[in-house]
Design a protein around this ligand. Structure first.
Ligand SMILES: C[S@@+](CC[C@H](N)C(=O)[O-])C[C@H]1O[C@@H](n2cnc3c(N)ncnc32)[C@H](O)[C@@H]1O
Length: 273
């Protein structure tokens, strides 16, 4: 089985970069569904929109555009990096959501909520496949909660205020179908043992910032993933680089049990805001 990863400056392994369209065609995207939800924001809802060539409610696409623009404007005023929203690039967010749909992921966990921008993308995709999102941040999730409430997707998401490593440590084994890491990259290597434990066989790990701003921050983690049996990985050169790692089951196939069905198995929130 081919394994590859983003090399840091030291060049771990040649990076096999996949065109996104090829990736999606390769895993058989042939039709998308969207689930109508009730919107409470200032714009009038309009169904049936298309965003980045993918199905998305027009109203939600506009709201996400506005949220991203607000985040960019906010970040431009913040000298302190940690005070910024640091939202995922829209193209990366779109692919992230598409992967949730393709994988029919039910138990989705995001570490790094910020203002809820990527959370909303994940929630929209989760709603389409009957999934639930737990989004974890060690800072306040109040802003994310307000933004989510406006989209009508709040029921799809549990916002948890906790350290990402602590959250993973208390999550049941093999309980997560789809894990997105978008917090502080330097912490991920320490989380890796728990990541392996909590992701179910057949589950997908996605990590942002594989290519920028500093790929060296992920070099050791990617080396650890590459050295781990049953994990297959690639970097998609989109946005700041999305690293995808798939955990195969012991016989190298999809877990016969398929996606976790009981979303409550993701683990109860420690505290919700
Ligand atoms: C890059 S931002 C997340 C952006 C968000 N995913 C988006 O695209 O809208 C990083 C977030 O991770 C949170 N964070 C940093 N370290 C964390 C940790 N150890 N556990 C949980 N959250 C953490 C920060 O508070 C911040 O809100």
């Amino acid at each position: 089985m081919t394994r590859s990863a983003t090399a840091g400056p030291a060049g771990l392994v040649a990076n096999r970069q996949l065109p996104v369209a090829g990736l999606l065609v390769g895993i058989g995207v042939c039709g998308l569904i969207s689930v109508p939800v009730s919107r409470s924001g200032p714009d009038s809802p309009a169904a049936g929109g298309v965003r980045f060539g993918l199905t998305m409610d027009d109203w939600l696409a506009r709201r996400l555009d506005r949220l991203y623009a607000e985040g960019q404007a906010h970040d431009a005023r913040q000298a302190d990096r940690l005070s910024r929203r640091r939202n995922l690039e829209p193209t990366s967010a779109s692919l992230l959501a598409q992967l949730v749909r393709v994988a029919a992921a039910r138990a989705i966990v995001e570490i790094g909520t910020s203002n809820g921008y990527s959370t909303i993308w994940l929630a929209d995709a989760a709603a389409a496949v009957g999934g639930q999102v737990v989004s974890v941040d060690n800072a306040s999730t109040d802003l994310a909660q307000r933004n989510l409430a406006e989209t009508g997707l709040a029921d799809v998401v549990n916002l948890v205020v906790a350290d990402g490593g602590d959250y993973l440590a208390q999550a049941p084994s093999a309980s997560i179908d789809f894990l997105f890491l978008d917090a502080e990259r330097t912490a991920y290597l320490g989380w890796w043992p728990e990541v392996q434990r909590v992701l179910r066989p057949g589950g997908l790990l996605v990590i942002d910032n594989a290519l920028a701003p500093d790929p060296a921050e992920l070099t050791d983690l990617l080396a650890a993933i590459l050295a781990t049996d049953r994990w297959t990985s690639d970097t998609v050169p989109i946005g700041k680089g999305l690293f995808l790692a798939w955990k195969a089951s012991r016989d190298g196939t999809r877990d016969p049990g398929g996606p976790v069905r009981a979303t409550e198995d993701v683990g109860a929130p420690r505290s919700a805001s």
